[in-house]
Write a protein of this length. Structure first.
Length: 354
């Protein structure tokens, strides 16, 4: 009886030690059982062609970079994003990529991840406060400036344009809006800009464009801060009898931002005139590239990269890799000193999807 009791006690102690050892090993591991680092990627939304393209590219680059992937979708809801991060933590991810659409409200979540030493890469947007390992986005002020220079050149420096703004709770919406307005005031003071808040909503954008065109039938330009407004804009122009060839005097010049396949087709068909190609493929690639680098303990400094971009220091502790985002037009010409590429250029990611 004593022997059996002693043996049972010894086996129990050994089992406990084995379990503690296993838990310790799991907590300190940066890889899955297959030897790949485990990372989490939260998709911000799946209701636009641009973000659906990003979603499509992400698993492809995770495989190329040798990363194990966990994904969630926060559906443009910062509360859901916060909840998704808790899911990632419970799954043991060693890094998180996210694209917070509300760039102010994400701060507490970033602080929690920093406290747990989980590196974060933000894609397309950067947080208003707090630090992350790297921001991967393009220069969004340049988006607004390129759109301004194109429309200013096409309108000959005078006339009326509508700007269908994104969400001003996002750094992207603020950057594009402010840059477009600043450029117009400085370079084309005779152009009147009707700024319309849309919160990245296509139906809202279409309704406001229709109202503006009814009140001001001499509007000759539209700047859409994202392709979310593409379908509605074309529909409104068609209803007004303004969806005509660029050579027609009634033509309204339209500039978008994103570079999705539909935009490139519409440029070639003469239905819209330009876009700025936001690199959905490179967003996916370099978000994961920097997570891999963070897990490996690598560091970066401001300066040129080996992938045609520039890392800048936004503020102390926050670096941003500004990827290339070219102006795209039908003719590949220069507008107000801004060079463009043709919509048929095979270097554009939008010409590889569709």
């Amino acid at each position: 009886m004593r022997l059996r009791t002693a043996l049972s006690t010894t086996l129990a102690a050994l089992s406990a030690l084995t379990l503690m050892s296993a838990c310790s090993s799991s907590a300190g591991s940066t890889t899955t059982s297959g030897g790949k680092p485990l990372v989490g990627v939260d998709y911000p939304r799946s209701d636009t062609d641009f973000w659906n393209s990003y979603i499509r590219y992400t698993p492809q680059y995770a495989k190329e970079l040798g990363l194990e992937l966990k994904t969630t979708n926060s559906q443009n809801d910062v509360a859901k994003l916060t909840s998704n991060v808790q899911t990632f933590l419970s799954q043991g991810v060693k890094g998180v990529a996210m694209a917070p659409q509300d760039t102010a409200a994400i701060a507490p979540t970033l602080s929690q991840l920093a406290a747990k030493k989980i590196p974060v890469v933000t894609v397309d947007t950067r947080p208003d406060s707090g630090s992350v390992y790297m921001v991967v986005r393009a220069d969004n002020r340049a988006y607004g400036e390129k759109a301004c220079q194109f429309l200013g050149a096409k309108l000959g420096g005078s006339g009326k344009v509508v700007m269908l703004e994104g969400g001003l709770d996002s750094i992207n919406g603020r950057d594009r809006t402010e840059a477009f307005n600043d450029c117009m005031k400085q370079n084309f003071p005779k152009i009147k800009v009707f700024g319309e808040a849309t919160n990245w909503d296509g139906a809202t954008a279409a309704q406001k464009l229709q109202t503006d065109l009814t009140a001001n039938p001499d509007i000759k330009g539209v700047y859409m801060e994202s392709s979310f407004a593409l379908s509605g804009t074309l529909q409104v122009l068609k209803q007004k009898g303004l969806l005509v060839a660029p050579t027609d005097p009634k033509h309204v010049f339209v500039v978008s931002n994103d570079g999705i396949p539909e935009e490139l087709k519409d440029i070639a068909a003469g239905q819209i005139d330009a876009t700025v190609s936001q690199p959905a493929d490179q967003y996916a690639k370099y978000a994961l590239y920097y997570l891999q680098a963070a897990i490996s303990g690598k560091t970066f400094a401001p300066g040129k990269t080996d992938h045609d971009s520039t890392i800048i220091q936004v503020r102390p502790g926050l670096l941003e890799d500004q990827l290339s985002a070219p102006l795209v037009t039908a003719d590949g010409g220069s507008y107000g000193g801004v060079t463009s590429v043709k919509s048929t250029d095979t270097s554009l990611w939008g010409n590889h999807l569709g």
